[in-house]
Design a binder for this molecule. Structure first.
Ligand SMILES: Nc1nc2c(ncn2[C@@H]2O[C@H](COP(=O)(O)OP(=O)(O)OP(=O)(O)O)[C@@H](O)[C@H]2O)c(=O)[nH]1
Ligand SMILES: [Mg+2]
Length: 240
């Protein structure tokens, strides 16, 4: 039987993590989850530590300080490759923006696809009405920008953080080539997976507004997202 693990990076998600984990094991009792915490000042890791008593399939990877979403994911991927034998790894935010209800279908699709994208930008998907026009435009424009630059690969949602990846496909990616921060990490990972020949399927999700806690969105993350695709493309040219 397939063994699945959900990787959840956290930074100050004390208010959300218990509820998310409860929902996960309410729906998927056999799955594993690894919380990757960057020493959150609000004590997220302590909350998770206590929950390990209740949930035997809960793993906690503690890191010394805030070092970005991408580095947290890469540390988790490396840890999983070294210590466990899972068939799929799911990437998911802790803030309840990513509804667990989509996961059974995404996991089913992952039997035939190396990368299953929880997609806001295909028929049936969407984003919360609570996002103002600015945030919506930023997300849509960012995606369009990446779609144009990475047009070789038919992905509609390059920046969504809700994805299921087959471990055998993920092992083909050289993590040193990924840009470790913000949305840039997520789109560069998808680009590398596509380039490695992953079969890709998008499955519609509706993205909810974060449930409390603080946004980590910053101007830096936006600017980096603008520059990143060019870095990826030029890296490619230089390696030829
Ligand atoms: N371990 C770790 N997790 C992080 C870091 N930055 C963000 N996260 C987590 O990554 C996930 C996505 O980050 P969010 O802050 O929700 O980013 P977002 O969804 O783009 O923005 P909002 O939800 O609107 O704030 C959440 O679970 C965060 O707690 C980090 O530096 N280290
Ligand atoms: Mg969020």
């Amino acid at each position: 039987m397939a063994k699945n693990i959900i990787v959840i990076p956290t930074y100050n998600e004390k208010a959300n993590i218990s509820l998310l984990l409860e929902k996960i094991w309410g729906l998927l009792p056999d799955t594993y989850a690894m919380v990757v915490d960057d020493n959150s000042p609000d004590g997220t890791a302590e909350v998770v530590e206590k929950l390990k008593i209740r949930y035997p399939n809960l793993l906690l990877l503690k890191r010394p300080g805030k070092d970005g979403l991408g580095k947290a994911y890469i540390a988790a991927f490396r840890n999983i490759f070294a210590n466990y034998n899972f068939t799929t790894i799911t990437m998911m935010d802790a803030d309840l923006s990513h509804d667990v209800k989509y996961l059974p279908e995404m996991l089913r699709l992952s039997e035939n696809f190396g990368l299953v994208i929880g997609s806001r930008y295909i028929l049936g998907g969407g984003v919360t009405q609570k996002w103002g026009a600015g945030r919506r435009l930023l997300s849509a424009a960012g995606n369009l920008y990446l779609k144009i630059i990475f047009h070789r690969y038919p992905i509609q949602d390059w920046t969504t953080g809700y994805n299921v990846i087959r471990v055998n496909v993920l092992k083909k990616v050289n993590f040193d080539e990924l840009n470790p921060r913000g949305y840039a990490f997520i789109s560069s990972l998808k680009y590398r997976l596509a380039k490695a020949g992953a079969a890709i399927k998008e499955s519609p999700i509706f993205f909810e507004e974060r449930n409390g806690g603080e946004s980590k969105m910053s101007l830096f993350i936006i600017l980096e997202g603008l520059i990143l695709p060019w870095k990826i493309i030029f890296q490619k040219l230089f390696r030829r």
